[in-house]
Design a binder for this molecule. Structure first.
Ligand SMILES: Nc1ncnc2c1ncn2[C@@H]1O[C@H](COP(=O)(O)OP(=O)(O)OP(=O)(O)O)[C@@H](O)[C@H]1O
Length: 710
């Protein structure tokens, strides 16, 4: 073991590594780029170019950790330097820096101290040995900044100092990678095998989103021969959130992964045909009044697997009956027998989706007509017959219309409403409120969010799945807000059910559509394949904030494990009673104080959009540089933001100010407890709650130790 101090030792090592890397980069940069046609040379140039790019990136921060590992049978421990990008020594081609995704690097994350045998799974099987040292090394722009030993053989394990140091940092407006401090339970998820659906229930701040993004980077590395980033897709709750997470994958060296929201994705499939009701209206209605309770039941049913099964059944019966039952008579005594057309449909074109089959048959009928017309010599007779045949064909096709997903859906609901031409089974299966509500929105030509999954389902049954909509892996974030129908739809678009689904039932604030219990969606996946993980440790917030938030969510009496905070102690939660007159002034003062404390991101979370707009105007008038975040917004600028609490889901801020936490705004209901919980758990370091004379009953009985009344 070295007698040098860790910092000095690493300084020497870093200088040595950087010199080698810089020399290698210089050599590569001075080599003329190959632009000829020789394939082998092109491949070699491709490798050189990748090396240049990798080295340029790696030189800034070559590695973040060191693990000294003595493999069983070896004489001594070998130091392994672990970085975001693997770098080989140009002289002997041996790894100089190991990619964090490589099998051996997994040790850095799975090893949590102790003197027991450590192991990792390599392509040659399990490799066992002993860890002598686990060290965190912070390098910024090529400068060594910090060295923290987490474990040294013979010494007691040092607590999570480095993790706590990282968690204590202030954040800017983007989520960051966590490669240096991935925790054991997160590592297990990141490295789970590719062809298995993974379902993660994780408490607020447990790193679900972060883990999912690291998992994508891992999969791309591990299965680089077969996986393509372009064939992977992330579903996120809104565009703002996509912007918020947009730095992580590039920082991990991964580009080109598709990122979308379910709505945008579905609308791109349904093209221009469907007009969607403005989601803001539904949100405002849902979050500001009780009027959605009844409507909510209809919405839930439309997101159920029952609806999917009924639709599948209806489409099957359509398939059986869509070919007209009469012969096609082009002109007198010139008939194409119905049995022939039926055979084309049920046998020859069976492998095509329904609409494609119709199209093929239409071509074939036309070809048959042309063939028959060829035998007619008299041009006038020919012309007349051609005209007649075209009319006949149009008449024939009236019995076999060309459906779009929307017209098909419309026809179904019209039959249901009239109770005509529809089987008893289907009629009985669909609740009458669903029929009434859907028929009404179809009449208004405005579809609701929950109609999107059924419409895409129909579209894909009619037209087949576009190869561009088949994915090698799908990530679904905030999955608690997805309906089982949506999840089943997406599952069918993956190869071998390769999905990562993550969510938190404590944050399911759209009760009218989301999952209430993960068992609801366990039935969607192959039971033998589905892997279920629970993340209960919360990394985002201080110990005080998580304890406080836990007390709030306990009022919802959910059967979900509460978050287990990391021991990062911070300020007490501030409860500020304000009057109508001093409300704005108190908020301004709090914001100024937090700015003095160098909080980079501060969120003011209101209960309703209207309240946020009013506050935005008031703060602007006071000269506070604040931005109002609205639904459908695409960019998140950081700094001081105002938004309704429901929009803050998935985001995080150094400090959060929850406004109007009064008895009317946050009542003692499951829904309001979840909303308040979401708001509280957005804060990393400071949480302030403002209320009037009567605070929310959800704050009753909260441990006095956690709060400070201001
Ligand atoms: N192992 C870790 N090391 C350092 N930071 C971590 C770690 N895991 C999570 N974090 C941090 O915790 C915060 C929460 O992570 P993330 O947003 O991914 O959690 P989440 O479970 O998706 O949260 P929520 O459901 O509340 O939106 C982020 O700031 C992230 O960087």
């Amino acid at each position: 073991m070295s007698t040098q101090k860790p910092y000095d030792e690493e300084k020497v090592q870093l200088d040595r590594t950087l010199t080698t890397m810089k020399e290698h980069l210089e050599t590569l940069e001075t080599m003329p780029k190959y632009v000829g046609n020789n394939y082998t040379e092109q491949v070699l140039e491709g490798i050189r170019e990748k090396n240049r790019t990798d080295l340029r990136r790696a030189i800034r921060e070559p590695y973040f950790g060191r693990l000294d590992f003595q493999e069983d049978g070896d004489k001594e421990a070998v130091p392994l330097y672990i970085g975001k990008i693997g770098v080989a020594n140009p002289v002997n081609e041996q790894p100089m820096i190991i990619d964090w995704r490589a099998p051996v690097a997994s040790l850095f994350y799975s090893f949590i101290g102790g003197n027991e045998t450590a192991y990792y799974e390599s392509t040659d099987g399990r490799i066992e040995g002993n860890v002598h040292l686990k060290r965190y090394i912070v390098v910024r722009n090529g400068e060594l900044q910090r060295v923290v030993d987490d474990f040294e053989k013979g010494n007691e394990r040092i607590a999570d100092d480095f993790l706590l140091y990282r968690l204590g940092e202030n954040k800017d407006n983007r989520l960051k990678d966590i490669v240096s401090t991935i925790q054991v339970e997160q590592n297990e998820i990141i490295r789970a095998p590719r062809n298995t659906p993974i379902l993660i229930q994780g408490v607020a701040g447990s790193g679900k989103t972060t883990v999912a993004l690291h998992r994508l980077a891992y999969l791309i590395y591990q299965y680089q021969e077969s996986l393509r980033a372009k064939k992977m897709i992330i579903f996120a709750p809104n565009r703002l959130f996509l912007d918020y997470i947009s730095d992580v994958l590039p920082e991990l060296g991964v580009g080109d992964i598709q990122q979308t929201t379910f709505q945008d994705w579905a609308m791109s499939i349904l093209e221009d045909e469907v007009r969607l009701k403005d989601a803001r209206e539904s949100f405002a209605k849902w979050f500001e009044s009780d009027s959605m309770v009844e409507e909510g039941k209809t919405k839930r049913w439309k997101g159920s697997l029952s609806f999917m099964h009924v639709l599948a059944q209806y489409i099957k019966s359509y398939e059986k009956n869509c070919v007209p039952t009469q012969d096609f008579e082009a002109w007198e005594r010139k008939k194409l027998d119905q049995t022939i057309i039926n055979r084309w449909f049920t046998v020859e074109y069976k492998h095509y989706p329904l609409a494609k089959r119709r199209e093929r048959i239409l071509h074939r009928i036309k070809a048959w007509m042309d063939g028959e017309l060829k035998h007619i010599g008299d041009p006038k007779v020919k012309k007349d017959r051609k005209k007649k045949a075209t009319q006949q064909l149009n008449a024939y096709l009236k019995y076999w219309p060309n459906h779009s997903a929307l017209s098909f859906y419309r026809e179904l609901f019209s039959k249901l409403k009239k109770k005509q031409d529809i089987s008893e089974d289907i009629l009985r299966a669909i609740p009458s409120d669903v029929v009434q509500a859907t028929a009404a929105s179809l009449k208004k030509k405005e579809m609701e969010q929950e109609d999107l999954a059924p419409l895409v389902f129909i579209h894909q049954r009619l037209y087949g799945v576009d190869p561009n909509h088949r994915y090698q892996h799908i990530v679904i974030d905030e999955a608690q807000d997805y309906s089982p129908f949506q999840l089943a739809l997406l599952k069918n678009l993956t190869e071998q059910q390769s999905l990562t689904i993550l969510g938190d039932l404590s944050q399911s604030i759209y009760a009218y559509q989301g999952i209430k219990d993960w068992d609801e969606c366990k039935g969607i996946f192959d039971k033998s394949k589905l892997q279920y993980f629970e993340l209960t440790k919360s990394y985002r917030s201080t110990w005080e904030i998580i304890r406080f938030a836990n007390e709030v969510i306990s009022q919802a009496h959910l059967s979900i494990q509460l978050a287990d905070p990391v021991f990062r102690s911070g300020e007490k939660i501030k409860l500020v009673q304000v009057s109508e007159e001093n409300r704005i002034l108190s908020i301004v003062k709090a914001v100024q104080l937090l700015q003095e404390k160098r909080m980079n991101t501060i969120a003011l979370l209101g209960r309703t959009e209207a309240e946020c707009e009013a506050l935005f105007m008031a703060l602007k008038a006071k000269g506070i540089p604040v931005s109002l975040v609205q639904a459908e917004q695409e960019n998140y600028a950081g700094g001081i933001s105002i938004m309704p609490v429901y929009m803050s889901k998935g985001l995080e801020f150094d400090a959060v100010l929850l406004l109007d936490v009064n008895d009317q705004a946050y009542r003692k209901t499951v829904q309001d407890a979840k909303l308040l919980y979401v708001g509280c758990t957005r804060a990393l370091h400071e949480l302030w709650l403002f209320h009037g004379k009567t605070p929310s009953p959800l704050l009753e009985g909260i441990d006095e130790e956690l709060v400070m009344k201001v």
